[in-house]
Write a protein that binds this ligand. Sequence first.
Ligand code: R5P
Length: 286
Amino acid sequence: MIVPGSSSQQLAAALAEETGRSLATPTYDRFPDGEGLAAVPDFDADEAVIVAATDSDEAWVELLQLQDAVREAGATDVTTVIPYMGYARQDASFGDGEPVSARAMATAVSTSTDRVLLVNPHEAAVADFFDVPVETADAAGALAEPLTADLDDPLFLAPDEGATDVAATVRDAYGDGETDYFEKHRDRETGAVTVSPSDATVTDRDVVVVDDIIATGSTMSESVAVLTDRGAARVLTACVHPVLVANAVTKLSAAGVDRIVATDTVERGCSVVSAAPAVADALDSP
Ligand code: R5P
């Protein structure tokens, strides 16, 4: 039985459809003092597949409650699918006295699940923080589906070197075009991003900037602005995880983005393609 977290209701339904599993209908309530209560009153199965993006602190707590709830209801086989893993970018202690937050979250989630499935984790190494077997699903290829077939001499550009694999995956799925990447610098104090253009010619070309995640939109908006200045025809952005906090969408629009394309690992207006097929493959692979 598929058990959706409140942030992953569309993806969970798509996964139920994709895999032929039934869909539980959890309730998500909140007490006057602010404490949440997630429950699964109609859970009736041995196997639970919880699908819950952890894009907020509340979502982490809700996930722990759903795990405990299905155990309480008799589940003997629990898989926890984390479509978007918040805190994955805090994968080290970056300063004196700082925690390894990704490890803290992974340890907590491991206590009541038999395995974990992550979709495009920001760093593959976060899998090592869990105390149960971890599988990963790659949903990046699906980002090629909503791109129109008429991209002109397309360039699939990663805004930093770490995103080159994701950009190459989208290019391969699209079936045409070059890949390249920018050098990126982020000021840790201010969060301001600067990108150093690559050598690739972009004049009059359609450029798809591909990243695993858009959070504040600083990386993407800076990339879009630089590409627009350099004469790109259309600049589109594609990402697996459209976290898009605060004014990220406006920053991208102001920079001149033509279109934002993303999956439903985080459910937003630009989530035009589902990660469900990739998750289903990983879930039911022997
Ligand atoms: C960084 O390594 C990631 O791939 C993204 O580029 C980054 O997390 C995006 O963050 P923001 O949207 O806040 O610039």
